[in-house]
Design a protein around this ligand. Structure first.
Ligand SMILES: [Zn+2]
Ligand SMILES: [Zn+2]
Length: 344
């Protein structure tokens, strides 16, 4: 394989607690089972805080963040399979790869690739996509549907995958009610997938200004203004089967605890800045309700999420930035309306 010489511009976090810094680095070279990708677009996400904080086990610095990358394959290692061609457009999400089948861990032997003992985190234990080039293991690659724009695809690789996978792996069925709390990056995609999947969709937001977007743009059937209305009471009346908690406000998560009969589930998809939550557990006991956590998925899950989003017309609301503005884009993320994507 021809060696690619030269340098690239990249964003690096140099130490725990450090900012996103623009640096020049040698262009990386793919290993035998890896490809080299020329990055087209990469999302910036609240989840990048995990890279900046250094709290993820096994992290080391410096590290290139970025777990929502889309680009083109420009070099292939000698063991890369025929599924991945030169010039092909691919994505890379959080899940940065797993065991090869010849040496599979106990989880991979059972098909549970998400918890592979060797599972690495893009932008955490291996470098991510906030760079002009990145290398990725072939088991991490996600084919991008031809009709799907690269910025749209990047916007779906973390938030879209998470809400799509959470819904399809839960027990909610068409005709049931879905509640989505927090209408940002995750929430605006959850509303759209939920409507397309045939649920009655309830949007819960503390921003009254999002009422119009929720009901008119994203298709929600009910809007609850969390500042003005009693959320636990409204939910007890609406009885959602599944509640997606995408807000980082700990109190709002407590308010989502399902108290009605029965088999309702609250899935926590965001990380509030606390390690414990106050949960009224008695209604869980008597109504067989549950609270669980959920994150993202594997490359195969992301492939499905992108294909379905393209098929049914889920549209990511994006704001685009240049690579050198990554730090500014991250710092204003709490004020971002939906998704931020860096375009190379
Ligand atoms: Zn494994
Ligand atoms: Zn993310």
């Amino acid at each position: 394989m021809r060696a690619i010489r030269g340098q690239m511009r990249a964003i690096q976090v140099k130490k725990a607690g450090g900012p996103f810094e623009l640096v020049q680095l040698p262009t990386p070279q793919p290993g035998p089972a890896e490809v080299l990708i020329k990055v087209i677009a990469c999302g910036i996400c609240g989840g990048d805080e995990v890279c900046r904080s250094g709290l993820f086990p096994g992290m080391s610095y410096p590290r290139i963040p970025g777990h929502e990358a889309v680009g083109t394959i420009i070099a292939r290692g000698e063991r890369v399979g025929s599924a991945w061609a030169m010039g092909q457009r691919v994505g890379v999400g959080w899940h940065a790869g797993r065991c090869e089948s010849s040496e599979a861990c106990e989880h991979c032997r059972r098909g549970n690739f998400f918890v592979c003992v060797k599972a690495t985190g893009t932008g955490l234990t291996v470098d991510g996509g906030l760079a002009e080039y990145m290398v990725a293991d072939q088991t991490a690659l996600i084919p991008i549907p031809d009709a799907l724009d690269s910025v749209q695809a990047a916007g779906l690789l973390c938030a879209g995958l998470t809400v799509f996978n959470a819904m399809r792996l839960s027990s909610i069925r068409p005709g049931d009610t879905l509640a989505v709390s927090g209408i940002g990056g995750l929430g605006h995609l959850a509303l759209q997938f939920g409507v397309k999947f045939g649920y009655r969709v309830v949007a819960i937001s503390s921003s009254a200004s999002k009422r119009f977007d929720c009901l008119e743009k994203f298709g929600a059937h009910v809007f609850i203004d969390a500042k003005q209305e009693n959320v636990p009471q409204r939910l007890a009346n609406l009885r959602p089967k599944l509640i997606l908690g995408t807000s980082v406000d700990a109190k709002s998560i407590t308010d989502l605890t399902p108290t009605w009969p029965s088999d309702a589930q609250l899935l926590i998809l965001a990380e509030p800045p606390t390690t414990t939550l106050e949960i009224p557990y008695i209604p869980l006991l008597f109504n067989r309700n549950s609270i669980a956590g959920f994150t993202a998925g594997t490359s195969a899950d992301a492939e499905d999420a992108l294909r379905v989003a393209d098929m049914v017309g889920v549209v990511v609301q994006t704001e685009t930035y240049a690579l050198e503005d990554a730090e500014a884009a991250f710092n204003t993320i709490r004020g971002a309306r939906y998704r931020r994507v860096v375009v190379m």
